[in-house]
Design a protein around this ligand. Structure first.
Ligand SMILES: C[C@@](CO)(OP(=O)(O)O)[C@H](O)COP(=O)(O)OP(=O)(O)OC[C@H]1O[C@@H](n2ccc(N)nc2=O)[C@H](O)[C@@H]1O
Ligand SMILES: Nc1ncnc2c1ncn2[C@@H]1O[C@H](COP(=O)(O)OP(=O)(O)O)[C@@H](O)[C@H]1O
Length: 291
């Protein structure tokens, strides 16, 4: 058994996002198209036999025990160590490291993706043999976006993002920019002016409509409350259609040509942190794990 894995934790974009209702617990019912893209954090998971879970590379602004990587590892350890019907057993541990490239809290799902990579990677490193369904169920306790990274495929999502159906999307080039402001997800969802009554549509309708009909219901409120997002969006929209991902703050513009994307990215890069990414239909994580 290999004692160490180095694995990617890719970003996602919400190509469209409709808010179709609000549950009694305050969470919102969404309809969204998730697409994984080819920019990633890099994680290394190394087996240790003393049962400890340690993140050896601190992430700025996140306490060790709150880090989604540590929480994912401990959740898996607890759950596998006390599986129903099995004799409780001593579990191995792991040392985790991360090379963080994705911005935090920007709507690219980096934290959720880190957690998914830890769950899938440790499932293999610890030889637990848990199914993707079991891992996605565990992951959902950590964040609404974890399951899509566990399944590792473009997906139509409903509920709070956990009811997933695999789809195949176009794979354009994206210029992603971070407007250098942090958007609070809870504040956006609490905003009295947020559109939360979009009419539910079918997945077929969403796919038929294509990118020209896709929108993000959070976009108007995020633009209104965060002028820096509005400014960046208006700038990028000169070059190509632009959308907010998740609750932001990151924005993405869609291009058919890599060269045009790189030219616009060079201009954007003079003002904002900028990435060029290709849309994917399968995750590089599943490729690395040989799933
Ligand atoms: C809306 C999305 C779309 O991808 O936005 P991004 O976070 O990616 O920007 C996500 O599903 C977000 O998922 P995640 O960031 O994990 O959110 P959570 O930590 O579960 O929730 C943060 C807070 O946002 C609100 N919330 C979140 C998701 C949801 N469907 N309805 C909500 O009302 C709740 O107030 C919750 O306490
Ligand atoms: N390993 C991690 N990477 C990123 N964020 C993390 C991590 N662990 C905990 N967090 C927390 O989760 C929040 C959401 O992070 P992230 O998933 O990157 O953003 P978003 O949900 O907007 O796409 C961060 O603001 C941070 O406080």
């Amino acid at each position: 058994m290999s004692a160490s894995f180095t694995l990617p934790a890719p970003a996602k974009l919400n190509r469209m996002l409709h808010i179709v209702g609000r549950r009694d617990d305050g969470y919102h019912e969404l309809q969204t198209l998730f697409q994984i893209v080819d920019i990633s954090d890099q994680l290394t998971l190394t087996l240790r036999d003393d049962g400890d879970i340690t993140l050896a590379t601190p992430v700025n602004g996140v306490a060790h025990d709150d880090n989604l990587m540590v929480r994912a590892a401990r959740l898996l350890q607890r759950s596998a160590g006390t599986a129903q019907g099995a004799i409780p057993r001593a579990m191995p541990g792991a040392t985790l490291t991360i090379e963080k490239k994705l911005p935090m809290g920007g709507g690219l799902g980096g934290g959720s993706s880190n957690a998914a990579t830890v769950l899938l990677g440790l499932n293999k490193l610890w030889q637990l043999g848990l199914s993707a369904t079991a891992l996605a169920k565990l992951g959902l306790q950590l964040g609404a976006d974890v399951p899509v990274f566990i399944y590792g495929h473009s997906a139509w999502a409903e509920g709070i993002g956990e009811k997933l159906t695999s789809v195949t999307l176009d794979t354009p080039w994206f210029v992603i920019i971070h407007p250098k402001v942090s958007v609070s997800t809870p504040l956006i969802f609490q905003d009295p002016e947020l559109t939360r009554d979009s009419r539910p549509i079918t997945m077929a309708r969403a796919l038929q409509g294509g990118a020209s009909e896709w929108r993000n219901d959070c976009e108007a409120i995020v633009k209104k409350r965060y002028p820096l997002v509005a400014e960046a969006l208006d700038w990028l929209a000169q070059y190509a259609p632009v959308r907010l991902t998740g609750t932001g703050a990151c924005l993405f513009a869609t291009f058919e040509s890599e060269q045009t994307a790189r030219t616009v990215a060079e201009l954007a890069g003079q003002r904002w942190p900028t990435w060029v990414a290709r849309g994917l239909n399968t995750s590089p994580l599943q490729d690395a794990l040989g799933c």
